[in-house]
Each structure stands twice: as structure tokens, then as C-alpha cells.
Design a protein around this ligand. Structure first.
Ligand code: PAZ
Length: 323
């Protein structure tokens, strides 16, 4: 029997057109997967999603709603998965942080040109770090496929297309992207820039009320985690993330996500401490546990190293249980 949720999910891809570049993204993913021969060998693969999705308010987009995420969690985790021998598909918000490059564009004090002296040479104090990251990115370049998204619609079409290509026990879905909960469906999206003065509004595109306030009418984004777990990637290990700002809600919301979608693991984090600590809740486990950076190791390591170490061990164990 189909539920109201099923109907919304099925309708979504009829109402909202696929991004123009989707066929290209599919063929790149296919090539990457075939090259790695991944589905038929013991190679391990992870899809890391990273960055925030945007919600356009106009088809010719001038204004949009955004979700917070620098892309640190995704980019840093992708590096860690590469170090552990995984092939990584990195589906990220265009212009957000990327593996290895992230070390040079996350600082508010150093811009790109600050790395060079007036002769265009790399300044000595940055050279060691640049060479180290350059070497790592060369070492792992054949194991890393970088794909972009911008809007929540790009993200959902891409996730679905990639998921069906990767669906295997060797694959982890590591869903760190911050995905919008509300959006404007394509059939309700104004074609042109919303006018801020009533006299320029077209009759068919009225968005201001009588007092001149902009009134937005957003639909809920269907919960595609259900589809991913039950259909698109039903053979893979799926890890979702939960971001909250109210500490009292975090554990309850993570538990609720596992109950609703029956996937393998939820990683919960709070907005302001997300780079220092996360909670992990696994299926069939009574209680969550926390991973934390200590003051001692904060300089030398990152929280993603602890997360990915635990995830890959769980994945090994999980794959064994199917053999
Ligand atoms: O990209 P970032 O490091 O700034 O933030 C990471 C994060 C908080 C977006 C991620 O850990 C996360 O929780 N993603 C899921 C967000 C959500 O609940 O939709």
C-alpha cells in the first residue's frame, strides 16, 4: 500500500526537471565505477555528499535560500576515506571545500594570492604544506571523482542517479550534505526575478501581500532517505547526518531518523561544536556514543579522522555479516 510520503516522492521527479548536466554526471560515474571494476571486486567505494543545497526562488535565479555548510566535514572525510583505501565519489556544492585543496581556502586570514611573493614564487612558510597536499592529491587522483551540485533539485537527481549505479555491499553512502527541508516546486517557481514593488508584479506572479511583504509558499522536500534505503541503494551501508542547534533535541532526532528509515547509522552534531565532537547512533544499539577531539590532539588531528576510522571498521564488519 502506498503512503502519502510515497506519492510525494514519486511525483517529485515528474514535476521537477532533471539538471542539464545529469547525463554527463551519470556517464562520468559509470566510467569511474567501471574503471575501478568496483561492483565485481572487493574494492570499497564511498559516496560522500558535502556542502549545502540551495533553493531557488526564481527560475532565472537571483534570490535563493541556502543551507549552512562550508564543506569541511565532507572534504576532510573524503581525504580520510582515500587514506583507508576507498574509492571516493565526492558530490559537493559547487565552490565549497574540496579534498586537499581545502587546506588553502578555509582561512579568513589568507587569500589565494597571499601564498605567493611578488615574483610569483610560493612563500617559503607555505611551501611544505602545499607540496604535501599536492603530492597527496596526485597520489589519490584516480581514486577520486569530484561532482558538483548547486540546488536541492540538482542534489536529488544526482543522488538518485549515482545511487542506482553504486548499489552494492562494498559501498557506503556518507550523506554529510546539508539538504534543504523546504523548496519551491518547479510548477510554482516564478520565471523571472520577483519584483519588490507591487506595480511591477504580473497578475500571474503575485508574491507581495497588500502591505508589500514577500510571501513565500514552500513545499516540504520529500524524505528521499527512505527511497535510498529501501530501493535505490538497498544493498549499501547508509550513514546520514543530523544537524541541530538545540542540544536537547539531537539524540531524540537521531533516534527518530533511524526508526523512520531503518538505515545503518546516524551521526549527530551541533552547529557550534561540529568540528570538535559528534555523536554516533548505530542500528540495533541501545545507546549513542560520542567522538571528541581532546585539547591534546586538536592540533594534530581532525574529528573526521576519528569518524572515518570508526565507520570503516563498522563497514568491514557489516560486509562480513553478508558473506
Ligand atoms: O560542512 P561543515 O563542516 O561546515 O558542516 C557539516 C554539517 C554540519 C553540514 C554536517 O556534519 C551535517 O550535519 N550534515 C547534515 C545536515 C542536516 O541535518 O541536514
Amino acid at each position: 500500500m502506498s503512503t502519502a510520503g510515497d506519492l510525494l516522492e514519486n511525483k517529485y521527479f515528474f514535476v521537477n526537471p532533471k539538471p542539464e548536466y545529469l547525463d554527463d554526471l551519470i556517464s562520468k560515474t559509470q566510467d569511474f565505477v567501471n574503471e575501478q571494476n568496483n561492483i565485481t571486486t572487493d574494492d570499497k567505494l564511498v559516496l560522500v555528499t558535502s556542502g549545502g543545497t540551495s533553493v531557488p526562488l526564481e527560475d532565472n535565479t537571483v534570490r535563493f535560500i541556502d543551507n549552512i555548510s562550508a564543506g569541511t566535514r565532507g572534504a576532510s572525510s573524503a581525504e580520510q576515506f582515500l587514506f583507508k583505501g576507498y574509492k571516493v565519489i565526492f558530490l559537493h556544492r559547487q565552490f565549497s571545500l574540496q579534498p586537499f585543496n581545502r587546506h588553502f581556502n578555509k582561512s579568513i586570514n589568507t587569500s589565494f594570492l597571499d601564498y605567493f611573493d611578488t615574483n610569483g614564487e610560493i612563500k617559503p612558510k607555505y611551501k611544505e604544506e602545499i607540496l604535501k597536499m599536492k603530492k597527496l592529491s596526485e597520489t589519490y587522483k584516480d581514486n577520486l571523482l569530484i561532482l558538483p551540485f548547486t540546488t536541492v533539485n540538482d542534489y536529488l537527481w544526482s543522488l538518485r542517479s549515482i545511487a542506482v549505479l553504486l548499489n552494492s555491499r562494498n559501498c557506503i553512502f556518507y550523506l554529510a550534505a546539508a539538504v534543504s527541508d523546504f523548496y519551491v516546486p518547479y510548477d510554482k517557481l516564478p520565471k523571472h526575478k520577483i519584483q519588490s514593488r507591487a506595480e511591477f508584479q504580473k497578475e500571474s506572479e503575485k508574491h507581495l501581500d497588500d502591505t508589500g511583504k514577500l510571501v513565500l509558499d514552500l513545499d516540504p522536500v520529500p524524505k528521499f532517505l527512505r527511497k535510498l534505503v529501501q530501493t535505490w541503494a538497498n544493498r549499501s551501508m547508509i550513514i546520514s547526518f543530523k544537524l541541530e542547534t538545540d542540544p536537547e533535541l539531537l539524540i531524540a532526532k537521531a533516534k527518530q531518523a533511524l526508526e523512520n528509515y531503518n538505515h545503518q547509522l546516524v551521526i549527530g552534531n551541533l552547529l557550534h561544536s561540529r568540528n570538535r565532537e559528534v555523536m554516533i547512533l548505530a542500528e540495533n544499539s541501545e545507546k549513542e556514543h560520542w567522538l571528541r577531539l581532546s585539547e591534546k590532539n586538536e592540533e594534530s588531528t581532525c574529528i573526521e579522522e576519528l569518524i572515518v576510522d570508526e565507520i570503516t571498521k563498522t563497514h568491514d564488519f557489516w560486509m562480513q555479516s553478508w558473506k
